[in-house]
Design a protein around this ligand. Structure first.
Ligand code: HEM
Length: 591
């Protein structure tokens, strides 16, 4: 049976509104004739039909703004200051932000709006309220103290549903509680400090880096570490390693005749799955950028169908096999090795549900959570090691002092390595994996004013409320005059007391409140483990700028810009999570 495309559904839903102009325009003439009224000139109905839709929207907007002003007055509050564009409906702002998202540095444009208007600003495009905040006071309300009133909301969830279903990331209320409770046991301490899986894959990463180094080629570290996080996550989550580290690793674009590579068929299947996964995530991220009107860009077909077909081809047999094992009571793979503590997430979930759709949604949600976030942070840590060799040398000293040159690190080693933790935190401060996030408020509410001389801010019900930890993490008034500098010691010296400890909500790489990242501890362990293994094998790292594809390095004009934009030698890119445009090409120096 043919399925309606998202665009067709959108148009069908909007059809009463779209048919209004035609009814007004063309219904008027026969009505006048039947009532013996004045003759209506033939040009009037088309003119009315053209004018009636904008008129209808205009009246609605004026009425809504009037109601909001009155509601604000009644609460002795004020409306959030608006950033206005130059064109009709401020469409130029949307065009500018979309262009910046593709070609600029993260938050380009938004940074200027915040400088001009303040840390909370209503970016009103097409008369819709989009209230951006970079204030810890408001983010705390959204995520924690007024959590019940701030949901992901249908607008966000509709765009994500064809990929993330109703998994933990893409649900609200009781449905979210069900998913969160179901997945939480998996993150018990025993489970996340079992380093066997990480160790095997870290060994593969080190050996690939060594081989390439010996042959004199740079390696795309982002690609390599993305395979590490994918293989580790897949093994933790569904007990089947995707084996992407076994597939051939790309050579830089400037290698004219790369050595021929052979890859096992399962490695090809892995790459197909990984690229379908990446594509599906990028497609839903595009929808989020387009906002409410995203279905209009999918009139002829759902853009996630194709990648989801490849994902299902890979994942469904794994899920069905696990269900079958459970049904016939075969001992679980992980129980054979290490008792029930070692259950994969899939096995853990099968204790609660046998619905294949719920199982698949959850696994995909966890892969999204677990792969791209850690991949990005580890990539930027390595980038900072190339830019700040003194920091790299200090972490290496700490590694050698605590773990030595070959021993496998333990949970306690990692816990004790304070400078390594500071480097991870500083990396996530400057380049948080989830730089922008969004919520919607169910009921109208009031936010405190950041200026004590001004009235509080009225937030109408159903507002789109994006918040940016990326921008908050760089505010000089919150972090000090050196906020744009990479300085891990700020998490250890007096700056910790002077800034962060005064307001813990100003540092939120893992979110906060009831929806705080479930994998936070797992992520710290995984990232620390990998860095320790790298620093046991290599003494330093360098960028190989010649290996970057044309256009992948920052454009020359960025050098004149203030802050990090002016100094970076990589190009951060935004989707649902942050990544590096066309990878990070590095060379290693053996220890
Ligand atoms: C550097 C690594 C990581 C960072 C920076 C990070 C950050 C975040 C953030 C910001 C959120 C909130 C998202 C939202 O509300 O829309 C989140 C949620 C979540 N994260 Fe992580 N994460 C990381 C690694 C992981 C890992 C490795 C896992 C699991 C394997 C994981 C599992 C989750 C889950 C399940 C949620 C959803 C929580 C909920 O909505 O109740 N994360 N994470």
């Amino acid at each position: 049976m043919p399925v309606l495309t998202p665009g067709a559904i959108f148009l069908l839903r909007a059809s009463p509104l779209l048919s209004l102009p035609l009814l007004v325009g063309f219904g008027l003439r026969p009505l006048s004739v039947s009532l013996n009224g004045p003759t209506i000139p033939s040009w009037l109905p088309p003119l009315l039909s053209i004018l009636s839709l904008p008129l209808y929207i205009f009246v609605r907007v004026v009425l809504r703004d009037w109601r909001n002003r009155r509601a604000a007055q009644a609460l002795d509050a004020r409306l959030v200051p608006v950033k206005k564009g130059k064109s009709f409906g401020s469409v130029d702002l949307l065009t500018r932000l979309r262009y910046n998202r593709k070609h600029g540095y993260p938050a380009d444009g938004l940074t200027e709006f915040v400088q001009e208007i303040g840390p909370v600003v209503n970016i009103k495009v097409l008369w819709m309220d989009t209230i951006l905040t970079v204030a810890p006071e408001h983010i705390k309300l959204i995520l924690s103290t007024d959590f019940q009133n701030h949901v992901k909301g249908d607008r966000f969830k509709n765009g994500m549903r064809s990929v993330l279903g109703t998994g933990v990331f893409n649900s609200d209320g009781d449905q979210w509680k069900f998913h969160r409770q179901m997945t939480r046991p998996f993150f018990a301490r025993d489970r996340i400090s079992d380093f066997d899986i990480l160790d095997r894959h870290a060994d593969e990463v080190v050996s690939i880096l060594k081989q390439r180094n010996k042959a004199g080629y740079a390696v795309d570290f982002q690609d390599l570490i993305g395979r590490f996080t994918m293989d580790s996550a897949s093994e933790f989550l569904f007990n089947t390693c995707v084996n992407s580290l076994k597939a051939s690793v790309p050579y830089p674009h400037n290698v004219a005749f790369p050595p021929p590579q052979t890859a096992a068929p399962e490695a090809q299947a892995a790459l197909k799955f990984v690229s379908a996964f990446t594509l599906a995530m990028n497609r839903i991220a595009d929808r989020e950028v387009l906002g409410r009107i995203w279905p209009l860009f999918e009139i002829f077909g759902d853009k996630t169908v194709e990648p989801m077909r490849d994902i299902s081809e890979y994942l469904d047999p794994i899920i069905l096999a696990a269900m079958e094992k459970k049904r016939v009571g075969v001992q679980k793979d992980s129980e054979k090795d290490g008792g029930s503590d070692g259950l994969s997430l899939l096995e853990e979930l099968l204790e609660t549900t046998s619905d294949p759709k719920v199982l698949k949604d959850e696994i995909l949600n966890m892969l999204l959570a677990g792969r791209d976030t850690t991949m990005h942070t580890l990539t930027v840590v390595l980038y900072f090691f190339t830019m700040y060799p003194d920091v790299c040398a200090r972490v290496r000293e700490e590694v050698l002092a605590h773990v030595g040159p070959t021993r496998r690190p333990t949970y306690d080693d990692i816990k004790d390595m304070k400078f390594l933790r500071a480097v991870l935190n500083e990396t996530m401060r400057l380049y948080p994996s989830v730089p922008f996030n969004v919520r919607e408020n169910l009921k109208a509410t009031v936010w405190p004013s950041l200026d004590p001389n001004e009235k509080p801010l009225y937030i109408p019900a159903g507002s789109k409320l994006p918040y940016s930890v990326f921008m908050m993490h760089r505010r000089k008034d919150l972090w000090g005059p050196d906020a744009e500098e990479f300085s891990p010691d700020r998490f250890l010296d007096e700056r910790l007391q002077n800034y962060l400890l005064k307001n813990s909500f100003q540092f939120l790489p893992f979110n906060a409140g009831p929806r705080i990242c479930l994998g936070q501890q797992f992520a710290y362990n995984e990232m620390s483990f990998m860095i320790i293994r790298l620093l046991q094998s290599f003494s330093s790292f360098s960028l190989d700028e010649a290996a970057f594809a044309p256009g992948a390095l920052p454009p020359a004009e960025w050098a004149a810009c203030a802050g990090r934009k002016g100094v970076e030698r990589f190009r951060p890119k935004l989707h649902l999570t942050m990544s590096t445009t066309d990878g990070l090409w590095i060379k290693t120096q053996d220890a």
